[in-house]
Design a protein around this ligand. Sequence first.
Ligand code: GLU
Length: 525
Amino acid sequence: MMLFTQRCFLLRHTPGKLRLRAAGARCCSTVHGEVRVRFAPSPTGFLHLGGLRTALYNYIFAKKYGGSFVLRLEDTDQSRLVPGAAESIEDMLEWAGVPPDESPRRGGPVGPYLQSQRLDLYGQTAQQLVESNHAYYCFCSTQRLNLLKKEALRMGQTPRYDNRCRHLQPKQVQEKLAQEVPRVIRFRLEEGVEPFQDLIFGWSHHEVAKVEGDPVVIKADGFPTYHLANIVDDHYMRISHVLRGSEWLISTSKHLLMYRALGWQPPTFGHLPLLMNKDGGKLSKRQGDIFIERFQRDGVLPEALLDITTNCGSGFSSNRIGRRLDELISEFNPSKITTHSALLDLEKLPEFNRIHLQHRIKDEEQCQMLIKDLQGQIQQAYTAEIQDEEVLHKDYIRRVLHLRKGHICSLKELVSPTFSYLWVRPSISSQQVAAITADAEHIASLVLKLVAERGEDLAVDRLSEDLKALAKQTKATKYREVMKLLRLALSGLQQGPSVAELMVCLGPVEIRHRLQKLVLLSETS
Ligand code: GLU
């Protein structure tokens, strides 16, 4: 039992009677029993941002209230299963840092967590509904159903089943069953739906019987449909709160009718507003640009992804870039979830990644993992070109990371051609040198002397000062040109980080290598 003050969000329904007080009133209440939430995707595709966001809110809710987060795979539509999607969904939740407590892979006390392995349970429940006259066998042929549909469309109406088999006599039903006429089971939709208090959308109520025919709950292949399997599992998995996308809001009245027919206490429902593009359009899946695996491949940090998906939406008193999961959990306030769509601006993702990468670099343990990751990337990108294995040493890579933190948005940047000089000595020509100054040898010797004096003790600020002072001794070449020359010799480039940073980054041994090469070049020019 857990006590806390909330805007009535965590009260649970009692059958036939809602215990929620007026929305908006603040109250102190008690949550009975444990909080159990679930994410229930269908493995008909890979995990995308919308799905991750639903999972994340469930995860945060569970952790905030000391509950459990369940992953259940709703694979009852066998014709639409995508190979590998089930495993990948769980992989991606783990990668994102929101692993389920119970799942197909992890197991748990109320498994199996894959609907195709729970068919008996749905069959038994459907039987129970048939026996109590809340459901019935329907023997209508596909042909008849198609005709009904055509006729409705011709009349400009929405197609719906006409509930014909509701009126079959028990004897007729027995005969057809004995003759093994193909059949489905339909749930009898009653009128008089009770309103329910959605955590986010407030009082809701859809007179489903007025707009829909009786829905199929067991298909001809013996598999359940979503509506039945979903409520059966939420019941047997002891789900306390259903937090799911708002596209399911209108189905909830139907679900509540089923709960009532079965005499089960329903969970509390909360429908999350849609996630949309910043212009209000649907998030496109066309180029695969919102699939989580794609973000992972592109070097996006999971915490940046979680941060951006919660920043555009609701559930927090304020938006703030840089929040990590523990902060998201402590700052989350379900009463702040609003009904309007969350507008996501993916153009800001690099900025979120930059901030979170900086956090990781500052944390030694996480930095070690970045170092390993970068070592792999360097080896892959520059295999044959690396002249000195020293660039793969963890101390060198750590130094690079610390100097570049706050500037780079992803580790990949560091292996791009712009930063190749970090791993491979640049090739420069005597003409390039001569175009800057005729005094290169002298400048190089001054810098070499400076580096020898400083030894290992190189620091960016101090070196900047030293270089300014040094340029005073190079009368024929101005400070700007001295910097240009050093930048060329050290990185092969005309722009980039400051020369002092380049030097600190490369370290005395490597500076010596590159400046000696400069001396050689100026001798030959
Ligand atoms: N399988 C449904 C989906 O993929 C689950 C909806 C729900 O959470 O009830 O969206």
